[in-house]
Design a protein around this ligand. Structure first.
Ligand code: ADP
Length: 553
């Protein structure tokens, strides 16, 4: 900017000086011609007054010229012929009728002309006047030389150059002062804005107020945008770090762009350790070298993970997923199928075996009734098993709405159904139920739970034992089913809720259950958010308790 201001001032002033000097030279030149003309007229007046009688030949011209010191004198006849000249031989001179000053003088009495001279730097100035002598008109022409315009300019050139030098210095000074006056406050304002750290900047110059306001507005806008970006980044970080999956975004194994908390933990990095190279694992290194999408299975501690690599532009991604639950679910599904197959196989084998024996006539007629009874019992068992499996699986897809069920009423009604089996085993039964205990559920679910707990209380009871069902109301009603049966060992207490788990495997073939009853109870309680617990002592008895905690809205 300083340079530009300097250049413009220089250009303008140099042009000004040159133009002015040309203009002044011209004015001066005109004035000097004017002055010479005036001088020649005075000389001509002298001639008119004193020398009209002098001879009109070369000698007369020379004599008059000598008086006028250097002025050329020419006498001409009315037709333009040269009669005498102070500097040349008149007879050798051409007719002057066509010369401007001569023609003018002949026409109007006097004439004036300026012509380039043969001498460089000078112009010839002519003044011609007509006179009368003895009735004859003749002309007298006076000529002298004046400085030409160029000569005047050349004369003035050293002064002009000196002026130019002074001008350049003055321009430098003016440009420096001007730029300092203009730029210093702007520079000050810019520095203040740069070091303001987002605070408002102020200026005492009214001309710069709009600039300061604009800077403040821009600063505020940038500040707001930065805050938004920071907030976005911290949200992104929060999302990434709170993900249960591990994520690593990288360009190469030595150029990790992003790694979240889970990935850091799983890859064994300390919290704030810089990640130079995200893994030294040889298998992972091989996948990175191949650059092809791949998945690796990894066990870290107790859990199983899948390391999935995708190679994309502009960055590659490693997604670490905890597969423990998925794998456990897959295993559990396989176990379930194996258990179902096994449970079905036992009655089917028995039915088929007896059917073959009957077909081969190997059963004596007196035993046929007993065999038929066995076939019927095994078929019943098979259909009970199928019903239990359907019941158990149906819980997952049961989305029917809940309603208020009078649990006291359900307990009373069911207890009656168990009277024959209680009597059969000589078990004394007590029911202590508060009136009108209501639970938000569905009747069939509560019946399923009660059936399982009460039938277990009878099945695993001793002959002549006792069974008590208690129901207390309140905000969270509590149901307990206690028996004085065989009890469950500590070790088995955690497993009895697993599917197909039975403590005494010898039950399976006969009238025992399939190990689906408590699993069904647990599943129903878990879906409803109720607390199910067991307390038991081997040989003493068992109590199952359900706390019907109301569902959180
Ligand atoms: P099951 O159909 O075999 O009874 P459950 O799931 O109802 O299946 O019970 C699982 C196992 O828990 C039973 O095989 C039994 O060993 C044990 N069990 C359940 N209830 C009792 C109880 N009241 N007393 C002792 N053992 C019990």
């Amino acid at each position: 900017m300083r340079k530009r201001i300097l250049l413009v001032t220089l250009l303008v002033s140099v042009l000004g000086i040159v133009l002015l000097s040309v203009l002044f030279s011209d004015v001066f030149y005109r004035q000097s011609i004017e002055a010479v003309n005036g001088q020649l007229q005075i000389y001509m007046d002298v001639y008119a007054a004193e020398r009209q009688d002098a001879p009109l030949d070369g000698a007369g011209a020379e004599a008059f010229a000598a008086e006028l010191r250097g002025v050329r004198v020419t006498f001409l006849s009315a037709d333009g012929a040269v009669l005498g000249d102070s500097e040349a031989d008149a007879s050798a001179m051409e007719n002057h009728a066509s010369r401007e000053e001569v023609a003018e003088a002949l026409a109007s009495g006097e004439g004036f002309a300026v012509r380039d001279s043969a001498t460089l730097g000078y112009d010839s100035v002519y003044y011609c006047r007509a006179f009368e002598r003895e009735g004859q008109t003749y002309l007298v022409r006076l000529a002298t030389q004046a400085d030409s315009g160029i000569a005047i300019f050349v004369d003035a050139l050293p002064t002009v150059l000196l002026l130019l030098a002074v001008d350049i210095l003055v321009c430098l000074l003016v440009a420096w002062l001007a730029t300092s006056f203009i730029l210093r406050p702007v520079e000050k304002l810019t520095r203040a804005a740069a070091s303001s750290g987002g605070k408002e900047v102020h200026t005492s110059y009214p001309e710069l107020q709009p600039l300061a306001k604009m800077m403040n507005d821009m600063n505020a806008e940038i500040g707001a945008q930065l805050a938004r970006i920071r907030e976005d980044r911290s949200i992104e970080k929060l999302v990434l770090n709170s993900m249960e999956h591990g994520i690593v975004i990288f360009r190469s194994d030595e150029d990790v762009l992003l790694i979240n908390r889970t990935a850091r933990y799983l890859l064994g990095y300390e919290k704030n350790e810089p990640i130079a190279c995200f893994t030294e694992d040889a298998e992972i290194a091989a996948v990175l070298a191949a650059g092809e999408p791949a998945a690796l299975a990894r066990r870290i501690g107790e859990r199983e993970y899948s390391f999935r690599f995708t190679f994309e532009k502009p960055a590659n991604v490693l997604l670490i997923t905890d597969m423990t639950d998925i794998m456990a679910a897959a295993r559990s599904k396989n176990d379930f199928i194996a258990n179902v197959t096994h449970e079905m196989n036992t009655p089917l084998t028995s039915i088929r075996g007896f059917a073959e024996l009957i077909g081969a006539g190997a059963i004596p007629p007196e035993k046929l009734a007993g065999v038929a009874d066995t076939i019927i019992r095994q078929s019943d068992r098979l259909s009970r098993l199928i019903r239990s499996i359907i019941n158990f699986s149906a819980i997952d897809s049961d989305d029917l709405p809940d309603y208020e069920v009078d649990l006291t009423e359900v307990v009373r009604e069911l207890a009656g159904n168990f009277e024959p089996s209680l009597r059969q085993k000589g078990i004394s039964f007590t029911l202590e139920a508060e009136e009108g205990v209501k639970v938000l559920s569905r009747r069939e679910r509560l019946v399923e739970i009660l059936n399982n707990l009460i039938s277990n209380g009878i099945r695993y009871n001793k002959e002549g034992g006792s069974l008590a069902v208690r129901l207390a109301g309140g905000a969270s009603p509590v149901l307990s089913v206690s028996d004085t049966g065989i009890g469950i060992s500590k070790e088995n207490q955690s497993r009895i809720f697993d599917r197909f788990y039975t403590v005494d495997k010898s039950h399976n073939g006969g009238g025992g259950g399939f190990g689906l009853g408590l699993a069904t109870v647990k599943k129903l309680c878990r879906r409803a958010g109720w607390k199910l617990s067991v307390e038991s002592e081997e040989g003493v008895g068992t109590t199952f308790t359900i706390e019907f905690c109301p569902k959180k809205q």
